[in-house]
Design a protein around this ligand. Structure first.
Ligand code: FES
Length: 97
């Protein structure tokens, strides 16, 4: 199991491999906001404080959207494009950035 801590809502859930962060946010009642849900609008941008290596790698669409934001901040991801690939570990996310 992977522990996911949504810091800004103080929500912690244990999830299995393959779960999407969008699904985790929705099911846990997190206040994280989503728009297009396909990696175009950047509404769901968040900072992965811990555990970015437990997620899928950034895809081309996500990279394009993040670059368009013009920020140099590290470990920003689009939550609608992130899936958990590891079998165990801890992920900590902040979306009030
Ligand atoms: S909801 Fe639009 S990029 Fe994630």
């Amino acid at each position: 199991m992977v522990s996911v801590f949504l810091k800004d809502d103080n929500i912690k859930v244990n999830v299995s491999t393959g779960k999407s962060l969008r699904e985790i946010a929705r099911k846990s009642g997190a206040s994280m906001e989503f728009g297009c849900r396909i990696g175009d609008c950047s509404t769901c941008v968040a900072k992965v404080l811990t555990g970015n290596n437990l997620l899928n790698k950034i895809n081309a669409k996500e990279l394009l959207a993040l670059n368009a934001m013009g920020t140099n901040e590290e470990n920003l991801r689009l939550m609608c494009q992130c899936n958990i690939e590891a079998e165990e570990g801890e992920i900590i996310i902040s979306y009030f950035i």
